[in-house]
Design a protein around this ligand. Structure first.
Ligand code: SAM
Ligand code: SF4
Length: 499
């Protein structure tokens, strides 16, 4: 049943949608986008399958120092709120551990994101992680990632994380240049030197994988500073690397500082593109392996190869020795494979998180107090979502799967019973004619460098008609929807869409 009393809310504006040859700059992370009200009861009214494996995402919306122009769901750390939040989170974890849909499930990967999850004190991390391990089943080689800034982690916290099987850290370094950190409003928190010390501390602790985040497009960033940051990255004991496109949020402190000339301008689009190109060629010339167009892992190690980790050629004509990692052959990249590559289940917990269960994409309550109240009342805090029927699942597998730059046709056929090229022949032929993808007997592969540059245009080509031109869902879409519901006859008067 489709609810016609709620009009489509979501800023259906072409600024979220650029057609080739214009480059789309909206980062595709989720699909579908056409999300509507959803309750936990509606989510599990019909259970179509019982998954054997899954991943989790836990959102910790606290930071010790909130950065200006941060797009994430986060608050300044306040001890009483943190304590109430952790209790609510434990109630939510307990509900999932008893959910019939997940009765036999094993977690093969997980991710603590934020915000900054390591703003929790060591005792709080111990309590939360210990509780999760007690309630949920984890595989022996489960890869668990936690995000941190360079200042919110110390030896005591590392000991707790390692004790509970966290084997991957993602550290928000952004840049090693102090003036640039100042323009970002992060310099009070950390400097290039303190980031280096923290990286060395994490390396000595025995953490298996350390990923650092950089940003391209920071005020004052030049090609030379960027090249220095890449050299620093390659000299440090860092296993993998992610790059984000810095977005200046209208109305933020950085926005006004840029407007008034108090900070130097951000690099132009052309300069930022050159920095991306430099990053790609420098890392791949040095043997780094591509995971996505903005995530890389260090060159293949003999012990990984011995365990069956596989790579593929980024250029099918072999003109350069660049390689990409087949993420589903490596346990440390299981989270990426599960969420994008396999489009598998993911249990999202915490306030303002996204998950996928029982063929439904869902969002959790982004209002922290409402989240706490809902969990404490014994209800799962699911507020919005979208059902994916077989056609949407076929679209989803390419929209998200191609984020990993390659979809094996045999894998797709096994999952959906059809060949992706046959099913989307016109769209594939069109993308191939534009030089954005290549279709081989084995795979649909994003071309390098052209397809990489247009990656989000390519992913959006596989949006279904119902999602055409819709922006990515964010916690802001939940707020807009709540506002619409309140503006109509009140929440209770409106029927919830049956998905
Ligand atoms: C949740 S944060 C990671 C952990 C920690 N909160 C931190 O900032 O160090 C994820 C990443 O988002 C990126 N990010 C932050 N603000 C951004 C912005 N305005 N535009 C694009 N990316 C941003 C940063 O690279 C940051 O490391
Ligand atoms: S520390 Fe990270 S999550 Fe927190 S405000 Fe800064 S960028 Fe956002």
């Amino acid at each position: 049943m489709t609810d016609t009393t709620i009009t489509r809310n979501f800023l259906d504006t072409p600024s979220f949608w650029r057609e080739y040859p214009e480059r789309d700059i909206e980062f595709v992370r989720w699909y579908p986008c056409d999300v509507r009200p959803l309750t936990a009861d509606a989510m599990y009214a019909q259970q179509e399958k019982f998954p054997k494996t899954t991943s989790f995402y836990v959102h910790i919306p606290f930071c010790n120092q909130v950065c200006t122009s941060c797009p994430y769901n986060k608050f300044n750390t306040r001890n009483t709120l943190v304590r109430r939040y952790i209790e609510a989170l434990k109630a939510e974890i307990d509900m999932y551990s008893r959910l019939p849909y997940l009765k036999d499930v094993v977690f093969t990967s997980g991710y603590f994101g934020g915000g900054t999850p390591t703003t929790l004190r060591a005792e709080e991390l111990d309590d939360l992680l210990g509780f999760m391990k007690q309630r949920l089943n984890f595989s022996d080689d489960c890869s668990v990632t936690i995000e941190s800034t360079p200042v919110d982690v110390d030896q005591h916290k590392l000991d707790v994380l390692l004790k509970h099987g966290v084997n991957r850290m993602s550290l928000g370094v952004q840049t090693f240049h102090d003036p640039l950190l100042r323009y970002l409003g992060r310099a009070r928190a950390h400097t290039g030197e303190s980031a280096t010390r923290t990286i060395e501390l994490i390396d000595r602790s025995g953490m298996e994988n350390l990923c650092i985040d950089y940003m391209i497009g920071i005020p004052g960033q030049t090609h030379e500073l960027w090249a220095q940051d890449i050299r620093t990255l390659m000299d440090l004991p860092v296993t993998s690397f992610s790059v984000y496109n810095y977005a200046v949020l209208p109305g933020s402190e950085v926005f006004f500082a840029l407007q008034s000339g108090a900070t130097p301008p951000c690099p132009s689009t052309h300069e930022a593109d050159e920095m991306y190109q430099y990053l790609h060629t420098t890392l791949m010339d040095a043997g780094y392996l591509a995971l996505t167009y903005n995530d890389f892992i260090e060159p293949m190690r003999p012990e990984w190869e011995a365990k069956g980790v596989k790579t593929y050629p980024v250029l099918t004509d072999g003109s350069k020795p660049y390689r990409g990692l087949e993420t589903d052959t490596f346990y440390l990249t299981d989270h990426l494979s599960q969420v994008w590559g396999r489009c598998g289940d993911m249990v999202a917990m915490g306030s303002g998180a996204y998950g996928y269960l029982n063929n439904r994409m869902y969002l959790t309550e982004p209002d922290i107090n409402a989240y706490i109240e809902t969990c404490n009342a014994g209800r799962l805090p699911i507020v919005m979502g979208a059902y994916t029927d077989e056609h949407e699942q076929r679209c989803r597998s390419l929209v998200l799967g191609l984020k990993l730059l390659r979809m094996k046709r045999s894998v797709y056929r096994e999952r959906h019973g059809v060949d992706p090229y046959e099913y989307f022949k016109d769209k594939c032929d069109d993308l191939a004619a534009k030089g954005l993808i290549e279709i081989t007997d084995e795979a649909i592969q994003v071309t390098y460098p052209k397809g990489w540059y247009y990656i989000d245009n390519i992913c959006k080509t596989f949006y279904s008609d119902a999602n055409y031109r819709l922006p990515q869902p964010t916690s802001a879409s939940t707020e807009i929807l709540n506002w619409q519901i309140d503006r109509a006859d009140g929440r209770k008067g409106l029927p919830v869409v049956q998905l």
